[in-house]
Each structure stands twice: as structure tokens, then as C-alpha cells.
Design a protein around this ligand. Structure first.
Ligand SMILES: Cc1ncc(COP(=O)(O)O)c(C=O)c1O
Length: 383
């Protein structure tokens, strides 16, 4: 093991590889499934249930396309941007000038913050929700107004409306929401948007779209657009497509809004490998369906195990699950970390909840084995 990796492990508080209590034969079981183990689990000996990635991806076809693209990385991929934009536009039946690429959807959030916020303006968002846009809003000089989720873990749209005065120029809606994996109803969102003032833009972050499934509660604002100039939808290749490490996201919005946001894009923000990989990932719809199906199985299995432990996780519409441990989350997080399992961080206002990204079956088995070793009285957890 090289020194930087050892340093990384130390910084995580898991000691050296020999000290990690990961005993199951990770590599061999994963190989048997036809998927290579991810670099991180293989080299670090860690189980990563912390960032809501696709534990199985990318698909073998996507990996092949990446291999063939690396020879071209001496060149800026400028000739590839437009074909990729057109490909995404075609997928969503919109015009190419309605699509904007970003270095991850995080860059889309940054562009939205700088395009629509600034001194004296306000961002309204849920508490808790996905964090980065809040930081960009502050960097742009704006105030952030966090509104707690409802008891059902939906966005409190009435609470948000009550705070949406004329200086609130941007609302961030994460649906399904990270970290709770919960949905906010499509009907309620439509009513909410219709009541916002004309100068308030709305970012709808659909990072977990593919996992939300079909229900009366949910419909993508790309698939069923409102035709409203103020709505910006953010999507990413980091989740179901399994390309978190390659950094690609995009926005779908009106041409005018796209133009405003584009001013804040980093020049050449898209790399020469992902321009190829994204096309291959979109072509491989069998793999996408397979990932969604695996996630549904893994999610059901997690819920079954949780119920077997007398736990009641929040109903998940994503590739991660949040649940109340009735114990300080930080201590639970550290317990897992000492066993080489990284789970999500502590979230504001949910001090006893943990967020667990769904991993492969054997990784989840390790999660539950480690859960059973929690040194706290079980009764305190059985509320
Ligand atoms: C809601 C949400 N939006 C965006 C992202 C960031 O994705 P990207 O890798 O595209 O920047 C994440 C990643 O965890 C997320 O949970």
C-alpha cells in the first residue's frame, strides 16, 4: 500500500489495511457476478455506503467505450460537446439550446446560484437537503432560508411559499430528496410553482429520477414539462449510469435560462472520456433497467432486514435509505467507520438518523453484521 493511501485511511480513522475488519471475500464474490469490483472497494478495503453512487456501474459496454476514448485525451473534446448536447436533447424531446452540460450536476447548481442569486437575494431550500447549492448561494452573497421537511419528509411547500417574498429569486427542490430519499408530490409541486412570483426561479434536482419509479406521486419535470420559463431541471450521470467519477451533469430549461446560466460555466468543463462514456451509457438501456431492478431488490432487502431489527426506515424512492437509530448519529457513523464501512454524514435536524447508500448484497450483509455489533442497548433503538 502506498503512503498516500495509508494517509487516506488514517484520515478516515480506519487504520492500515491490516486493521480493517473486512473479512468476507469481497473481490471474489463481486467477480462472480460479472461486474468488476469498484476501484475504491478493491484498493482501500473499504465499503462505501456514503455517497449514493451506483455500486454496480458503469456497465461493461460503458467501460469499453471509455477504454477506446483514452487515446484521444491529448485533445480538448470541443467537437464532442454539441453532439452530446444533441443526444441529450433528443432523449428528452427538447431543443439543443434547452440543454446545458456541467461538470457534474453540482456545476449546474453552481451556475443556477450565480445566475439567479446575488446580494440582497434569497435562496429557499429544504432542511435537510443536498448541500452544495447553499454554499454557492452564500458565495454569491445571498441569504439562505432553510425550511424543515414536513412530518412525511416532503418539502414543506406551504412553509416555503410563506417565506417567498420578492427577494427570493431561487427555490431549490430536490426530488427525491437527499438525504431522506423521500418524495414531494407532483401535484403539490405544480400548485406551489403556480403560486410563486414571476421572478422566482425553481431548480428541480432529479439526480435520483431513475430510482423514483412510477407512482402517482412522482413525475419528472423533464418528461412532463410545465412549459414554465422559471423551471430548471438538473440531472446527473453520477447515479444510475455509474459515472460519478467522470463528472457529468446537465440542465434542461428554457433557451433564455440556459443562456443566463451558461455565462457561469467553466470553460471546457466536460472531459474527453465522459463525452464518449455518456453516449454509451445512454445507448445501454438494458444496463439502466438492470441497475434499477437491482436497486429495487437491494432496497427491499434492506427494508426487510431493517424490519427484522425492529427499525422503521423512511420509505425510500432512491438508491439510499435514511433511518432513525434513536442514538447520536455521529457515534453510529464512527462505529461503522471503525469496521471499514463508510455511511453518510450527520445531517442537521436529524441527529439520530443515518443515511445508508445501497451497496451490493454482500456489502449490505457486512452492514447488518456491523449493525448487530453496535455497543448500545438494543432497547434504546426499538422505539
Ligand atoms: C441531490 C443530488 N444532486 C446532485 C448530486 C451531485 O451529483 P454530481 O455528481 O452530478 O455533481 C448529488 C450527489 O450525491 C445529489 O445527491
Amino acid at each position: 500500500m502506498n503512503t498516500s493511501r495509508r494517509g487516506f485511511l488514517r484520515s478516515l480513522g480506519v487504520g492500515t489495511a491490516t486493521g480493517i475488519a473486512v473479512q468476507w471475500p469481497l473481490t471474489s464474490t463481486l467477480r462472480a457476478e460479472g461486474f468488476e469490483p469498484s476501484r475504491s472497494s478493491q484498493e482501500l478495503g473499504l465499503i462505501l455506503l456514503s455517497s449514493n453512487e451506483n455500486a454496480y456501474g458503469p456497465s461493461p459496454k460503458v467501460i469499453e467505450s471509455m477504454k477506446s476514448s483514452v487515446n484521444g485525451v491529448n485533445r480538448y473534446p470541443r467537437l464532442e460537446y454539441q453532439p452530446l448536447v444533441e443526444r441529450i436533447a433528443g432523449l428528452h424531446h427538447v431543443k439543443p439550446d434547452q440543454v446545458l452540460l456541467g461538470c457534474g450536476s453540482t456545476e449546474i447548481l453552481r451556475m443556477a446560484a450565480f445566475a439567479f442569486l446575488g446580494n440582497g437575494k434569497q435562496l429557499i431550500q429544504a432542511l435537510p437537503t443536498f448541500g452544495p447549492i447553499e454554499h454557492y448561494a452564500r458565495a454569491a452573497g445571498s441569504e439562505v432560508i432553510p425550511i424543515r421537511l414536513t412530518r412525511d419528509f416532503a418539502h414543506d411547500l406551504d412553509g416555503m411559499l410563506a417565506r417567498a417574498n420578492s427577494s427570493c429569486t431561487l427555490v431549490y427542490i430536490c426530488n427525491p430528496n437527499n438525504p431522506t430519499a423521500s418524495l414531494t408530490s407532483r401535484n403539490d409541486l405544480e400548485t406551489f410553482i403556480s403560486k410563486l412570483t414571476a421572478s422566482t426561479f425553481v431548480v428541480i434536482d432529479e439526480a435520483y429520477h431513475h430510482y423514483a419509479g412510477e407512482s402517482g406521486m412522482y413525475a419528472s419535470f423533464i418528461d412532463r414539462p410545465l412549459g414554465d420559463e422559471r423551471v430548471i431541471v438538473a440531472r446527473t450521470f453520477s447515479k444510475v449510469y455509474g459515472l460519478a467519477g467522470l463528472r457529468l451533469g446537465y440542465a434542461v430549461a428554457s433557451p433564455k435560462v440556459i443562456q443566463q446560466m451558461r455565462k457561469f460555466a467553466t470553460e471546457d468543463n466536460i472531459n474527453a472520456v465522459v463525452t464518449e462514456a455518456a453516449g454509451a451509457a445512454l445507448d445501454d438501456s438494458d444496463a439502466v433497467n438492470d441497475f434499477v431492478r437491482r436497486n429495487a431488490n437491494d432496497r427491499q432487502e434492506f427494508l426487510n432486514c431493517a424490519m427484522g431489527h425492529a427499525l422503521k426506515p423512511i420509505d425510500s424512492h432512491a438508491n439510499f435509505v435514511m433511518m432513525n437509530t434513536f442514538h447520536p448519529a455521529q457515534e453510529v457513523i464512527e462505529h461503522f467507520r471503525r469496521s471499514g464501512i463508510l455511511i453518510g454524514p450527520r445531517f442537521p435536524q436529524m441527529d439520530t438518523y443515518i443515511r445508508v447508500s445501497l451497496g451490493r448484497p454482500e456489502e449490505m450483509q457486512a452492514f447488518w453484521t456491523t449493525w448487530d455489533k453496535l455497543p448500545y442497548p438494543k432497547s434504546s433503538m426499538h422505539h
